[in-house]
Design a protein around this ligand. Structure first.
Ligand SMILES: NC(=O)c1ccc[n+]([C@@H]2O[C@H](COP(=O)([O-])OP(=O)(O)OC[C@H]3O[C@@H](n4cnc5c(N)ncnc54)[C@H](O)[C@@H]3O)[C@@H](O)[C@H]2O)c1
Length: 340
């Protein structure tokens, strides 16, 4: 790809709901990016969003935003089951894409999206913002350096609380067609991504998933036994039914050490032969930005475009958590271990 011709990468946002504000704040704060257009099928919402964030171009049809010459890249912030349509259209329009998690909710759609972006020569990255936290980066480096020895147990506890009113707040929530799943595919997918990334990939899952307490089509509670590529075992628990909700928590055990952390930070770092846990770095705060992780992912996408390199979590990597989640659903339905 030719050298990027401008100092700032010009972004549009498709979907002006809850998460889009984090993208807008990040795009406005980052010196490498500019927010130049927004689209939402809800005209009033798009208009209010544009006024709040000072965006000059407003559309109700995302295809019009994609046709705009002054847009280089788009943030996809629509319901999960629509990500595919928008990413495929973006690739056709030769726009780079930063897509919200989950990348999509169907395997064949993800394959098509990755292939379309590759063919069009545009970047496809997804937001798994917790990977960018300094503590998490430190844990990943320690595991990859082999400090814990051979990994044996890698567990993720993803216990959220979502009242029925959350599911009733937008028609797509809790549906197979647009949410693609519940506690795992929506909230838990962050943790599924985290544990599979830290542990080095999943080979098979054996799962159970049910709607126990909410009036929704998809699961509000799920458990899976996991075998990782390196031979380690683990358990993933995900729920939107646990009151009060817990911090999401990760426990990584190797034959020479243990690291435990949750949303509040590091809880344990114990490695045989090394005296103390390394000093941890606080998550930086950036003025006007509600999510440091979203800032890092937006900044990284702009850098990836300018430097013509892969973004932090490219499509192939982003699909893994979705493929694992789909395998847990299949296992729950068939009663069998499912191999990836
Ligand atoms: N990374 C995170 O922590 C995080 C947090 C929340 C949501 N998300 C993800 O972001 C996505 C959106 O979630 P949300 O909670 O912001 O949803 P939301 O319902 O609040 O917002 C979605 C918006 O998309 C609009 N929309 C629907 N169809 C559209 C179309 N065809 N073209 C343009 N706009 C359209 C809706 O009108 C709505 O304004 C989901 O995939 C969700 O999983 C990620």
């Amino acid at each position: 790809m030719a050298k990027f011709p401008r100092e700032r990468v010009r972004f549009g946002i498709v979907g002006c709901g809850v998460v889009s504000h984090l993208h807008a704040e990040a795009l406005k704060a980052c010196p490498m990016t500019e927010l130049v257009a927004v689209a939402d099928v809800d005209r009033d919402r798009a208009g209010r969003f544009a006024v709040e964030h000072g965006v000059p171009r407003v559309y109700t049809d995302f295809r019009e935003l994609l046709a705009e010459r002054k847009v280089d890249a788009v943030c996809v912030c629509t319901p999960s089951g629509m990500h595919g349509d928008i990413v495929l259209a973006a690739a056709e329009a030769r726009k780079h894409v930063l897509c919200e998690k989950p990348l999509e909710i169907r395997a064949e759609r993800m394959t098509a999206m990755i292939e379309a972006c590759r063919r069009a020569g545009v970047k496809l990255g997804a937001v798994y913002q917790r990977r960018a936290l300094p503590l998490v980066e430190q844990v990943k480096r320690a595991i990859d350096r082999g400090e814990l020895g051979k990994l044996v147990l890698c567990d993720a506890s993803l216990k959220y609380y979502r009242h029925q009113s959350y599911y009733d707040s937008a028609g797509w929530r809790g549906t197979w067609a647009m949410d693609g799943g519940g506690a795992l595919m929506n909230q838990g997918v962050h943790g599924v991504d985290m544990i599979q990334w830290l542990a080095g990939g999943v080979v098979s899952v054996f799962g159970k998933a049910s709607a126990l307490a909410r009036r929704i089509e998809v699961e509000d509670t799920a458990v899976a036994v996991v075998r990782y590529r390196n031979g380690a075992l683990g358990v993933i628990e995900a729920a939107t039914t646990v009151y009060p909700e817990r911090n999401t928590r990760f426990e990584i055990h190797g034959e020479r050490g243990t690291i435990v952390f949750d949303d509040s930070g590091l809880l344990e770092w114990c490695v045989q032969g090394s005296e103390a846990a390394p000093g941890t770095v606080d998550t930086p705060s950036i003025s006007g930005v509600g999510s440091y992780g979203h800032y890092r992912f937006v900044e990284d996408m702009a850098q990836a475009i300018v430097e013509d390199r892969q973004p932090l979590v490219p499509g192939e990597e982003a699909r893994k958590a979705v493929d694992i989640t789909l395998a847990i659903y299949e296992s729950s339905q068939t009663g069998r271990e499912v191999f990836l």
